[in-house]
Design a binder for this molecule. Sequence first.
Ligand SMILES: [Zn+2]
Ligand SMILES: [Zn+2]
Length: 163
Amino acid sequence: MTALPPDRLDEARRQLRTLGARVTYPRARVLAELLAAHEALSHLEVQRRLEGDTDHAEPIDRVTLYRVLEWLVEVELAHRVSGPDRVYRFSAQPAGQALHGHFRCASCTRMFCLDEAPGLARVVKAMLPEGFSSDGVELTVSGRCAACATAGEPLAPHSHSPA
Ligand SMILES: [Zn+2]
Ligand SMILES: [Zn+2]
């Protein structure tokens, strides 16, 4: 397990200060993990990363981790998306900016934020029947991530199991 790049912790603290929020170690540490990740992370994945980083002596217990992740979503420093296994995954990319979709890999079940799609809100609005209004869109593209496509990984059997 690789250690967290130190600049991520600085960036996390900066974001918390900009928000006017109290900068606590668990908040900064968890946000830093999300900032450092290239994919959306589940509670368990964040927990494993925290545990795997032996440079940091201060442990963050499960309850605190749950609370911090929910709080980060609440203050819009992170957002969450439900994965192929119906487990929430968290990403540091702010949800408030522009509408973006997610990619879920059917082989490794990882979730990735896609680039912002400025025209997407307009397209969705055009699809709504007369008199309907939307307050959220979940767009998920499924397939194989670059790593799995390159490796020729087979699709995971559970990816097609009924809900
Ligand atoms: Zn994959
Ligand atoms: Zn996202």
